[in-house]
Design a protein around this ligand. Structure first.
Ligand code: ATP
Ligand code: MG
Length: 222
């Protein structure tokens, strides 16, 4: 039987993915949160997991170093998706890509005046497209994390970032002013692997889609 490698990231995505993997009959032999191993064996001889940075998942799958992986739509949009087949929205790690500003900043009027805003973000591609669609001129500043700080210290007028509860924004006296798009994690598959290893990959895809159905039914119960 052919072996497959699945690329995952720790943290949010793994927390939400473990139950789906389990439903697909795959259980890691070590806990990735506590283990220092980057390659994890599973209960299945022909399935292993590799643990990479969230934003590196599409790259491992694109080059075939992993056959499949789970990545946020935010990460996939920045990567561009080349060489990747994206068969499933897993409906996990859900949040929204938003524009946020200091809570004393009048974003609407800045937009109406056609002010040229400075926008700090990790998501350059998504931000560029969004403001171009609105016909706004912005200067984008690339950051790698803690975007919330930028408007507080005068680095930027606005940020483009992921928001789920809004608590981080609130704690930093920021407000969300525009939703760019809803975000969730996607299953991605290397296009060549899908053809060459279909006998192993297809049953996993089927199990994942059945598991998503099940999870939705369970959460729909009162
Ligand atoms: P790193 O921490 O390695 O720099 P990261 O910050 O992208 O990478 P996580 O914070 O674990 O890693 O986020 C991984 C994915 O989880 C994101 O790409 C996104 O799809 C999703 N995610 C991020 N923030 C949230 C959030 N606030 N709510 C729900 N899902 C989120
Ligand atoms: Mg993080």
């Amino acid at each position: 039987m052919t072996s497959i490698t699945i690329a995952l990231s720790k943290g949010r995505i793994f927390d939400d993915t473990a139950p789906l993997l389990k439903a697909a009959g795959v259980v890691a032999l070590d806990d990735p949160e506590t283990s220092r191993k980057l390659i994890l064996a599973t209960n299945r001889d022909n399935v292993r997991l590799i643990i990479v940075r969230a934003s590196d998942v599409p790259t491992y799958v694109q080059y075939g170093a992993a056959d499949m992986g789970i990545a946020g739509k935010d990460v996939l949009l920045e990567h561009g998706g080349s060489g990747l087949y994206q068969p499933l929205d897993l409906h996990i790690a859900r949040c929204r890509m938003m524009v946020a500003v200091r809570d004393d900043f009048d974003y609407e009027s800045a937009v109406r005046r056609g002010a040229r805003l400075r926008v700090a973000t990790k998501y350059l591609h998504t931000a560029r497209e969004h403001f171009a669609e609105k016909g706004m001129h912005v200067d984008l500043i690339k950051l790698y994390g803690s975007m919330e700080l930028a408007p507080l210290v005068g680095l930027a007028d606005a940020i483009v970032d992921l928001v789920s509860s809004g608590n981080t924004l609130k704690a930093n006296h920021l407000k969300a002013v525009e939703e760019i798009m809803p975000i969730s994690a996607r299953l991605i598959v290397n296009q060549a692997a899908l053809k060459l290893k279909r006998e192993t990959i297809q049953p996993m895809l089927d199990a994942f889609s059945a598991a998503i159905g099940q999870c939705e039914e369970t959460t729909a119960q009162p």
